[in-house]
Write a protein that binds this ligand. Sequence first.
Ligand code: SF4
Ligand code: SF4
Length: 355
Amino acid sequence: MQPHPGTKHCSIESLSPARRGSASQRELPLKAPVFNVQKFSLDDGPGIRTVVFLKGCPLRCAWCANPESQLAYSQLEWDGRSCRGCGCCAAASRAVTLAFDEDGLPQVSVDHAALAAEKRQPQVAGACVWGAMSLVGAEKSVDEVVAQCLQDKPFYEQSGGGVTFSGGEALLWPDFVRQAADRLHAQGISCALETTGHAAPEVFEQVLDAMDILLFDVKHWDDAAHKAGASVDLARIKDNLRRAFASGAQVLCRTPVIPGFNIDPSLSASAVAATADGLAAHILDAWQAAGCSGAHGGKAAEKPRLQLLPFHQFGENKYKLLGREYGMEGVAQLSAQDVEPLAEALRERGVDAFV
Ligand code: SF4
Ligand code: SF4
């Protein structure tokens, strides 16, 4: 997928030490851009969890349901339904322009990178009194995030839950995540990482070491297809999947089932078999290379676990708010029933798959 013109691809290596929050910056309070701290989540690991969503992702998946997570800084969403065309936002920054279409309706466009360079996102959002502009993401310190997470400690204890770090890609902020996880562990709180696995080995291990649970994306088994659909190579991700299995953390692989990307849209028996063959071989290869037995829930697991996530369209409107084109427009959503034959085929191939 081509990035939006205002989109800057970031990679973990390309971030400066100050952005990564490196050891040389540790005397300063560590901060990272957070776009949501979602409480009472039941879908991001066991029990009741608080999910800390960090901004910034090195991937660009066409089906991404959280496009507001991709840039590693705060940005604006513009809702044309509430816009009155007053121009106050454009007056607040040169990175914002207001025009009117042939029907006389206002159209505001934002150069997100230029606005971030000006650091004027809050001023522009504040200039709109009509509620058409909203700010996505804010720099938060480890102290702030940990304090928010600790508010729900009784719920974690009752439900076997904890805190999940997600994104974007939380591995873009390894020192932040590591420090927050260490602080939560000190309070007896279980920590999980939801990750693409796209990180340098030393970065991955730095964070892995502090995690009890890994929710590891497995998007595709073929390198060329992975690069075409998600914009990055597969080799490093596969190597980190092996590291995850070898670590002793609970590992749950998760595959978004995307028509036209990792399964033929026909969902025919041969399409299901082809996807199951590819996914199973990929996961079992990493599992065996890790010498598994990874410990799952304290018991030696016999098979790697995989959750299938049927394609949905929940993120479509977010592309409009960000002024971006959506590459999956009109693609039919999948139901759990649509995907169940794939789970069955994976189980036949030695992967403990479920929808
Ligand atoms: S890895 Fe996740 S957050 Fe990043 S672009 Fe893909 S779907 Fe979006
Ligand atoms: S300030 Fe708000 S209402 Fe006015 S043009 Fe900008 S987005 Fe529209």
